[in-house]
Design a protein around this ligand. Structure first.
Ligand SMILES: [Zn+2]
Ligand SMILES: [Zn+2]
Length: 269
């Protein structure tokens, strides 16, 4: 079964194409299921739309859900449309986020760390320029500590792009620390699924999140996986799906997960 659980659309302010454009692309690429998983609004913000180029307004969230549910019906004979969301993870705000998500019939929630140290974006190159090796180590460990907290919160079905701190600063992959393995063990203990997210290829780091060697160790520790292209343009739906499937089989994985109504189901690779 061909599927993609991580897609965006123009509602977030930085993706191209409508929600329906992504569904049509998925149909044309032969997918049986597509998950719509746009960025969560900044629920804790005073403003309705705190960052117009990053995420939808708080007041738009119910319209988002209604559009997914409408397209789910319209396309039911062609493809299964799943209701997801890519939630930011801010420790301390998780209860607020969960209360928003509980109002709607989500199939799954992706939890992603996009900010460290409060509101410092991991995707801004200048945040990582000119650091000492000690700083890089500290920042990498701070990032993975947040990924661990996201797993421990049990608020998420899927953890998004777990080594994305490398996106605009590939050097992070070379910074040696045990925290990556500790994080994988913790994710396995929490029984949370990670995604193989193929959008690393659109950033400076290239390749996938997480990198192949991390996926091999994830398999060793028993971390379960799913697939997401993180498409911000319709053409990228299911990008590298077959390559990921082959890679996962080669490193020892037997199955990957999809979600309906927040219940996980494993499909053979
Ligand atoms: Zn995005
Ligand atoms: Zn993300």
């Amino acid at each position: 079964m061909k599927f993609d659980l991580h897609t965006h659309h123009d509602r977030c302010g930085h993706a191209i194409g409508s929600m329906e454009d992504y569904i049509k692309a998925a149909v044309s690429y032969g997918l049986q299921a597509i998950g719509v998983s746009d960025h969560s609004p900044f629920f804790a913000s005073q403003e309705d739309r705190a960052k117009p180029r990053i995420a939808m307004a708080k007041s738009e969230f119910s319209n988002y859900v209604q559009e997914v549910l409408k397209l789910k019906e319209i396309y039911q004979d062609q493809i299964e449309v799943l209701l997801g969301v890519e939630s930011d993870f801010f420790p301390g705000q998780i209860g607020l986020y969960q209360r928003q998500f509980e109002k709607y019939p989500f199939d799954y929630i992706i939890g992603s760390v996009h900010y460290t140290g409060g509101m410092r974006s991991i995707f801004l190159k200048e945040n990582w320029e000119g650091l000492s090796e000690t700083d890089y180590l500290r920042e990498k460990e701070a990032y993975y500590s947040l990924v661990q907290e996201a797993a421990k919160s049990k608020a998420f079905d899927i953890l998004g792009h777990i080594d994305a701190i490398k996106a605009r600063c590939p050097h992070f992959s070379q910074v040696k620390t045990d925290i990556v393995d500790q994080t994988l063990k913790m994710i396995a203990d929490c029984d949370t699924v990670i995604e193989v997210n193929t959008s690393g290829k659109t950033k400076d780091c290239g390749g996938w999140y997480p990198a192949g060697e991390i996926l091999e160790r994830a398999c060793f520790y028993g971390v379960k996986v799913t697939f997401g292209s993180d498409a911000h343009e319709p053409e990228r739906v299911a990008d590298d799906w077959e390559k990921v499937r082959q890679f996962l089989k080669n490193v020892g994985y037997k199955e990957w997960a999809i979600f309906r109504k927040r219940k996980r189901k494993f499909l053979p690779l």
